[in-house]
Every structure is written in C-alpha cells, then in structure tokens.
Design a protein around this ligand. Structure first.
Ligand code: HEC
Length: 117
C-alpha cells in the first residue's frame, strides 16, 4: 500500500475511533432493557410514595419548572416518560453523577411504565 494511502486510512480509523468513543460517552448503556421494567399492575408504587421523592432527590435540582423536562410536575413527568426511561433507565446519562443503582433505575422504569400512578 502506498504511504499516502496508509496514512490516510490510519487517519480515517483514528477519526472513526474518536467518533465511536464520543458516541459511547453520550449514551453509556446500563444494560437494562424493556423486559426489566415491565409494569407490575399489583405494584403499590405511586407518585406520592415514590415518584415525588425520587425526582426531588435525583432530578429536580436541575429539572425545575420551565426546563425541557420538568421533574417537579407529575403531568410533565408523564409527558416525558419515554425520554426519562431512555436517559435514566436504559442509559446512564441522567442523573449526571451516575448515582443511581440498577434497582433504583428499575423501580423508576416500572413506575413510569405503569403510567406513573
Ligand atoms: C446536575 C444537573 C442534572 C441532574 C441532577 C439531572 N439532569 Fe437531566 N439534564 C441535565 C442537563 C444539563 C440536560 C441537557 C443537556 C444534556 O443532555 O446533557 C439534561 C437532559 C435530560 C433529559 C433530556 C431532555 C432534556 O430535558 O433536555 C432528560 C429526559 C433528563 N435530563 C432527565 C433527568 C432525570 C429523570 C434526572 C433524575 C434521575 C435528571 N435528568 C437529573 C441536568 C441534570
């Protein structure tokens, strides 16, 4: 292979590698999937006994009224459930300090999948 071609394919690989790393950093998968958060209809978990405190502790410091995903309002939480599941359950993007355990992510996902009662 001519040297220029070799250099250019090496550069291409380096750029692709950097892109792949960048994407991975934006969306670090937790390994959890839809099957892990199927709604348990008999679950006693509600906004009053779980959701409000969960959001207050983990999210609402940044996601207050007026933000794109307002986690202080049940209506907004319901409206943004798919995005919240994606960012918080399937991916370790939120909260930004990665402080949730898998058990907490699963409890959140099940509650949201039940319609956030
Ligand atoms: C330290 C501040 C902080 C905390 C805590 C935090 N977020 Fe975020 N969140 C952000 C910022 C900033 C963005 C927009 C930029 C980005 O995507 O990184 C964002 C983006 C999002 C998005 C994408 C849609 C949007 O509103 O931009 C969702 C959904 C989300 N966060 C949900 C949550 C949930 C649920 C929690 C709690 C489990 C949480 N976040 C905790 C700062 C935070």
């Amino acid at each position: 292979m001519p040297l220029t071609k070799l250099v250019s394919s090496t550069l291409t690989l380096a750029v692709l590698g950097a892109l792949a790393l960048g994407l991975a950093a934006c969306s670090p998968s937790t390994g959890l999937g839809a099957g892990d958060i199927t709604c348990d209809a008999a679950s006693p978990v509600t906004y009053d006994n779980f959701g409000a405190a969960f959001m207050n502790t983990n999210c609402s410091g940044c996601h207050g009224p007026g933000s794109r995903t307002d986690t202080t309002s049940l209506a907004s939480i319901r409206a943004n459930a798919a995005g919240i599941i994606d960012q918080t359950v399937y991916n370790d993007s939120m909260p930004q300090d990665s402080s949730l355990t898998d058990a907490e992510r699963i409890e959140l996902g099940k509650w949201l999948n039940c319609g956030a009662p």
